[in-house]
Design a protein around this ligand. Structure first.
Ligand code: ADP
Ligand code: MG
Length: 474
């Protein structure tokens, strides 16, 4: 997806005020009535329509007049809200080239004013070329409410939380710097995805390190679930970094064994094909350690001593409610099951252009729930944000009001009445998470000692330890 950040430079305060008003309106409306946007933004001299036209021109909003005259955010609009917020926080001040296109994400370089380069991952759940979409749609069929932006946001927070926790436990992962909406900022991993590497000086060592990571993850109660040559980065010194964690599951998941075996199998298969490795030889390295293997040298899931509390603890520490967790878990499961079972035959290409894709899926969706992690997203100055929140309350009778839109009434309505309390609590927790992330980025953490020769050696890269909190010209 194109991310023309030059547009960002030309956006005015009013543009962001209206964009924020649409985001707030999307808490209760799939398509936010134009009139409501105008009332929330409350621009002087009725300038909201002119601003909406400008936002539409830059594809930050999508216009929908099928039921009534209304608008919703596009992914680009959501990108700009996240980017603006992070720039305002001083996390970075420039966006550079695109580093990668994931299955459901776009990754860009970002830089601070002192030249520190980091990676920005924008989650794009619902990207329709992704082969798992069909099974995700099966899941959606049983839902009365749904929102891709909301799920992308949950996926980002989930990934950020895991990355931070894994780093603290000495796993070789990028340094988790910050997170806003569907956007995760992390250190730039040097090197390439393993899939691009044709030759290794020490394939056995790299292989052992990688399998060691899978085993050690399980010991910490986690299974990556997408552990393959696309999600393992390797640098010129053959140092391994694992990436891409939003889909991780707990070892107590009912399909844990299958997911674990599948992760292991991916690594075995790849090393056998690409580096002609035969595994009986390699497994001699791990004889006598805590990890049992089967005849073919694959580590045995049942013999690993697993600590199962990790996942729940980390997620709840990051502000995830039980419901958030269930929502994203169901969605993710659709994806990882599908990945396991087939390749491309079920791919559904719904649209040709990015915006068409997002439009088509977003239009099927309902948008309740977008506000559950809303409070830390201040694009505007604090008092302006408060003012707009006040306008939402006046227009809609507060967050506890029934949505006026029939489609958006759903079983999640109950939770809305406690939003204010939850929001305050959530804001506190998220701020804590952020502070810890920044501290970790500045200071570094101890790594766990390795009990097992089969394990990676932990440690973490230091290239990302500087986060400059600078004011930006944006
Ligand atoms: P997805 O979840 O969509 O698969 P990934 O997290 O795997 O996304 O990222 C997609 C690609 O972007 C990776 O294969 C890698 O090339 C690149 N990438 C992701 N994170 C980083 C990073 N921190 N540093 C450098 N490149 C990255
Ligand atoms: Mg990936």
């Amino acid at each position: 997806m194109k991310l023309d950040v030059d547009v960002l430079r030309y956006l005015t305060k009013e543009d962001f005020r209206v964009l924020t008003a649409v985001e707030m309106g999307m808490r209760n409306h799939e398509i936010v009535p134009a009139e409501l946007i105008e009332r929330i933004a409350a621009l002087k001299h009725g300038g909201t329509y002119k601003v909406m036209k400008n936002l539409l021109k830059h594809k930050l909003l999508h216009h929908d007049a099928s039921k009534y005259d209304g608008f919703r955010l596009t992914y680009l609009g959501y990108d700009f809200l996240a980017i603006k917020t992070l720039v305002n926080r001083g996390v970075f001040s420039a966006v550079g080239r695109q580093l990668g296109v994931g299955k459901e994400s776009d990754i860009f370089e970002v830089a601070t004013e002192d030249g520190t380069v980091m990676a920005m991952k924008l989650h794009r759940l619902g990207r329709t070329s992704f082969r798992a979409v069909k099974s995700k749609r099966d899941y959606l069929k049983h839902r009365s409410s749904f929102n891709w932006l909301y799920l992308s946001r949950l996926a980002a927070l989930r990934e950020f939380s895991f990355m931070k926790a894994l780093e603290e436990h000495g796993f070789p992962v990028p340094n988790a710097v910050d997170c806003n909406r569907h956007c995760v900022i992390m250190s730039l991993v040097p090197g390439y995805p393993l899939v691009q590497v044709k030759q290794l000086e020490n394939p056995e060592i790299v292989f052992n390190t990688i399998i060691g990571i899978v085993v050690r993850l399980a010991e910490h109660g986690l299974i990556h679930c997408d552990f393959n040559e696309f999600n393992i980065m390797i640098d010129d010194d053959e140092k391994v970094t694992m990436i891409d964690f939003p889909q991780m599951v707990s070892v107590s998941h009912r399909n844990a064994q299958m997911y674990f075996d599948r992760d292991v199998e991916c690594v075995f298969k790849f090393f056998s094909k690409r580096f002609n490795m035969s595994f009986h030889e390699c497994t001699a390295d791990i004889d006598g350690t805590a990890v049992d293997t089967d005849d073919s040298g694959r580590p045995s899931f049942t013999s690993i001593a697993k600590d199962t509390g990790f996942l729940d603890k980390e997620l709840s520490a990051s502000g995830f409610t039980k419901k958030d967790h269930e929502e994203i878990a169901k969605f993710i499961e659709g994806g990882i099951k599908k990945d396991a079972s087939s390749d491309d035959e079920d791919t559904e290409d719904v649209g040709d252009t990015e915006d068409d894709e997002h439009t088509s899926v977003l239009n099927e969706a309902n948008t309740m729930g977008i506000d559950s992690l809303q409070v830390v997203d201040q694009v505007l100055q604090h008092d302006e944000q408060v003012e707009l929140e006040g306008n939402v309350r006046t227009c809609e009778g507060g967050p506890s009001s029934e949505p006026e839109n029939e489609d958006s009434r759903n079983e999640e309505g109950d939770d809305e009445t406690v939003d204010d309390d939850n929001d305050a609590e959530l804001e506190k927790r998220l701020n804590k998470v952020r502070r810890r992330a920044v501290t970790a980025a500045r200071g570094g953490r101890k790594t766990f000692a390795s009990r097992n020769t089969y394990k990676d050696k932990g440690g973490k890269s230091s290239n990302s330890s500087k986060i400059q909190r600078q004011l930006s010209s944006w």
